[in-house]
Design a protein around this ligand. Structure first.
Ligand SMILES: [Zn+2]
Length: 91
């Protein structure tokens, strides 16, 4: 099976929170295909958990850029993932 198909299959119905989480980096870099990007934005405008995550991610990237660090600390990634999971379960 084409691995690309597996990855993008959820986008047929729109991305889940997990997909948004997984592809946020590509989204921020503008490397997502146009159609996927549109579905991303649709999800982001309707999901408070992902909006919070997105804002947090953006702030982190800006902070990291200012410090000229190379990568986001693993600890923060885990913390935001936990945050997102907690929000999903609440819904
Ligand atoms: Zn979401």
């Amino acid at each position: 099976m084409n691995p690309l198909k597996l990855v993008f299959r959820p986008f047929m119905r729109g991305p889940s929170c997990e997909d948004v989480n997984r592809f946020l980096c590509e989204y921020m870099e503008g490397t997502l295909p146009e159609k996927t990007r549109a579905k991303f934005q649709a999800h982001l405008s309707n999901c408070s958990a992902c909006i919070s995550y997105f804002e947090q991610y953006k702030a982190t990237v800006e902070m990291v850029n200012e410090q000229k660090a190379i990568s986001i600390p693993d600890q923060l990634v885990e913390r935001t993932l936990d945050f997102l999971k907690a929000n999903i379960h609440r819904n």
